[in-house]
Design a protein around this ligand. Structure first.
Ligand code: NAP
Length: 225
């Protein structure tokens, strides 16, 4: 296989995981990242990094001949400043850029959503995640992989996500792969989420059009390889 990947959110926890895993994978010949700041680490020649601070223009920067679209692009309500801005970034950027990639012939979409995503939820965050899932599925990729992690674990470098996230990661790390992990939503490392996304994207044995992978299943599949 000689695939081209396009990654959004490559400076984030799951997005940098997609980059790491795809770079090591023989299935990918070329990986393009689109970020608003430089990637924090050096990469091999198969990685093309596009840095552009004006995300309004990103739809025009998607390269031709992309086969797999990966997204770990996301914000928090606090970082976005308002629910409206949160929706514009989390929902609109992901859906609009996936649509632009599909228009260029991309046939596989892998996005990181969240445990509890539900378009009918009373809670804004889970409702937005559910709407992203619904609108991505409606784009009709040949293969759509939706990853629904529980609390995310891993080194975030300079990307501080605030007190609540730090507390959730701290509690999650105590329960990670323990007998009681289900009580706190099956915490999982960003790198494990990425591993499973790349594995399913490059798995030719399944013809399922849409795969929604919950956190417990991500943990199981990540251990398998
Ligand atoms: N935190 C948790 O415990 C948890 C649990 C379940 C699900 N999730 C979900 O999992 C997904 C991945 O989360 P993560 O923790 O890997 O994310 P993350 O580390 O916060 O990374 C987010 C990425 O999105 C980029 N980004 C944010 N705002 C942007 C904007 N306005 N324009 C362009 N790029 C922007 C960031 O770029 P910069 O580096 O430039 O900021 C970064 O690359 C998210 O959908 C999140 O909601 C999180």
């Amino acid at each position: 296989m000689s695939l081209n990947a396009f990654i959004l959110g490559a400076t984030g926890l799951c997005g940098s995981g997609f980059l790491k895993v795809a770079e090591k994978s023989a299935s990918f010949a070329k990986i393009t990242t689109l970020t608003r700041r430089e990637l924090p680490t050096q990469h091999s020649a198969k990685v093309v990094s596009i840095v552009n601070k004006d995300s309004e223009t990103w739809g025009t920067l998607i390269p031709d001949e992309v086969n797999v679209f990966f997204s770990g692009l996301a914000t928090t309500r606090g970082q976005a400043g308002s629910q409206e801005n949160f929706y514009k970034i989390d929902h609109d950027m992901n859906v609009d850029l996936a649509k632009a990639a599909k228009a260029k012939g991309c046939n596989t979409c892998v996005i990181v959503s969240s445990a509890g995503a539900n378009e009918n939820s009373r809670l804004f965050y889970f409702r937005v995640k559910g709407e992203i899932e619904k609108d991505i599925i409606a784009l009709g990729f040949d293969k759509t992989i939706i990853l629904r992690p529980g609390p995310l674990l891993g080194d975030r470098g300079q990307n501080d996500k605030g007190f609540l996230n730090a507390a959730s990661a701290k509690i999650g790390s105590y329960f990670y792969r323990s007998r009681l992990q289900g009580l706190v939503g099956h915490p999982v490392y960003g790198d494990e989420v990425a591993k499973v996304g790349v594995k399913l994207a490059t798995d030719l044995t399944t013809t399922k059009k849409v795969q929604i992978v919950e956190s417990a299943e991500i943990l199981r599949l990540a251990k398998e390889q």
